[in-house]
Write a protein that binds this ligand. Structure first.
Ligand code: ARG
Ligand code: ZN
Length: 431
């Protein structure tokens, strides 16, 4: 049984760096334009037939909504002609996913390997980093920012890695809290990279950035840049497209749980699977995963039991698609204060647009993306009562998808910093 769903991994024929690179041996990502129900049926039956060889990156939902699919080399010659015959139009987003994967990795020579704990300034904000590097970098920040910040572990992952979080800004019962987590889905590398960017700009604002200082002085920030360290590490070493955690299951050889279907609010509802081999496996009970449990415990102890209502903003960073999502994910209904959420979300995405031109769509997860229950944003709003709870699907809109080249990190970081700034200033005004 293959542990690596996509086969895009090390220790494998399609490993990084790609050993065989003839055009017929590589993965494609295609974007389909289903016109009617029959096209959706065709896609679902192809998926049933081909299993892991065909993976939806954007699921088929309704006609006229684009669908993104990764196709393994073996199935391409069979599938493309069938699509043509049925009149299902598609664009090839990439016909060589492997070369995107290898371009994404920093080319390190021995001379580049620096000890980031010695000097956090040696940590590059424009490349992707392994979990160990991120973790060392965070430890190195302590000296730099104390006493107004702290770095600590909120508990261990399934495989025993400490989950490092940073608090920025004084801890005071009167200060509102902004929470940011990223990387609950392992392969969405731009999310941790963006969280890291935000951390570094809050701790060490650019000389001209007066507002960043204000933000760090008016709020307490809690930022968890890698919410799924085991999965993240696995994407570096074994399978670049791994999404879930890495836990074992009693009755299945497949591993991992979708960390964003595991929260205890409408757990088990629409858009979740009870099959451990599926990408949206919800786990066998809510909070089955140490990763989600550690976050929930911290949030409960720190902000809820001590001071109700302190948590002003909850942001969870994902990729890709450029969506600014509000609750609910479990139902097409929207919360009563939906207009407020859309209002501030729209302002935040306008700030992003002004920064580098990216356009984001704003709306409820279920309505503009798909139904998916047991998500952290729904839990933050539904259980904790956090008013401004959002999930942000960062860059891009699908040209590179999960394998976003590293030169996008600083632009995405700038945009998200501006969005966060807009949001936090709006919230301050309301308080
Ligand atoms: N792409 C994200 C996921 O599949 C979207 C989550 C949106 N929030 C939600 N509660 N469904 O997890
Ligand atoms: Zn995600």
């Amino acid at each position: 049984f293959s542990d690596s769903a996509s086969g895009l991994g090390i220790g494998n024929e399609l490993a990084y760096p790609p050993r065989h690179r003839t055009t017929c041996r590589v993965h494609h990502v295609i974007r389909l334009k289903p016109k009617h129900e029959s096209h959706l049926q065709l896609l679902k039956s192809l998926k049933n037939k081909h299993g892991e060889q065909m993976e939806f990156w954007r699921k088929p939902t309704i006609p006229l909504q684009d669908v993104d699919v990764r196709l393994s080399p073996e199935v391409i010659p069979g599938i493309l002609p069938l699509l043509n015959e049925s009149g299902l139009l598609y664009d090839v987003m990439t016909d060589d996913l492997e070369s995107l994967v290898s371009a994404e990795r920093p080319k390190r020579s021995v001379a580049d390997v620096v000890d980031v704990t010695e000097s956090p300034d040696n940590f590059s904000l424009s490349s992707y980093h392994t979990y160990d590097e991120i973790s060392d970098w965070m430890d190195g920040l302590i000296d730099k920012c104390k006493p107004d910040c702290d770095v600590f572990s909120i508990g261990d992952t399934y495989e025993g890695r400490p989950m490092k979080i940073i608090r920025i800004g004084k801890e005071s019962v009167r200060r509102p809290v902004i929470w940011i987590d990223a990387g609950i889905h392992a392969r969405e590398w731009i999310a941790p990279a963006t969280a890291i960017y935000i951390i570094s700009k809050l701790i060490d604002p650019d000389k001209s950035d007066r507002i960043a200082r204000v933000l760090a002085s008016r709020y307490t920030w809690y930022i968890l840049p890698v919410a799924n360290p085991d999965g993240y590490d696995y994407t570096w070493t074994m399978d670049r497209l791994w999404r879930k955690t890495r836990s074992h299951h009693k009755y299945s050889p497949c591993r991992g749980v979708d960390g964003n279907r595991n929260w205890d609010f409408h757990w088990g509802g629409e858009g979740t699977s009870d099959l451990p081999c599926n990408e949206d496996y919800r786990g066998d009970e809510p909070f089955s995963e140490p990763e989600t449990r550690n976050i929930a415990r911290l949030v409960f102890d720190e902000f809820l039991l001590t001071l109700q209502g302190r948590l002003a903003v909850y942001l969870s960073l994902h990729s890709y698609g450029q969506y600014w999502l509000t609750p609910w994910g479990y139902t097409y209904n929207v919360p009563p204060d939906y207009p407020d959420l859309v209002h501030l979300g729209t302002k935040a995405t306008e700030a992003m647009r002004r920064t580098h031109g990216s356009r984001y769509q704003v709306g409820s997860s279920a309505r503009i993306l798909y139904l998916a229950a047991g998500g952290s944003d729904d839990w933050a709003k539904g259980v904790l009562g956090v008013k401004y709870s959002y999930t942000v699907e960062l860059c891009d809109t699908g040209r590179h998808g999960f394998i976003l080249p590293p030169h996008y990190i600083t632009t995405t970081g700038d945009e998200m910093l501006e969005a966060t700034r807009s949001l936090s200033l709006s919230v301050l005004r309301e308080r």
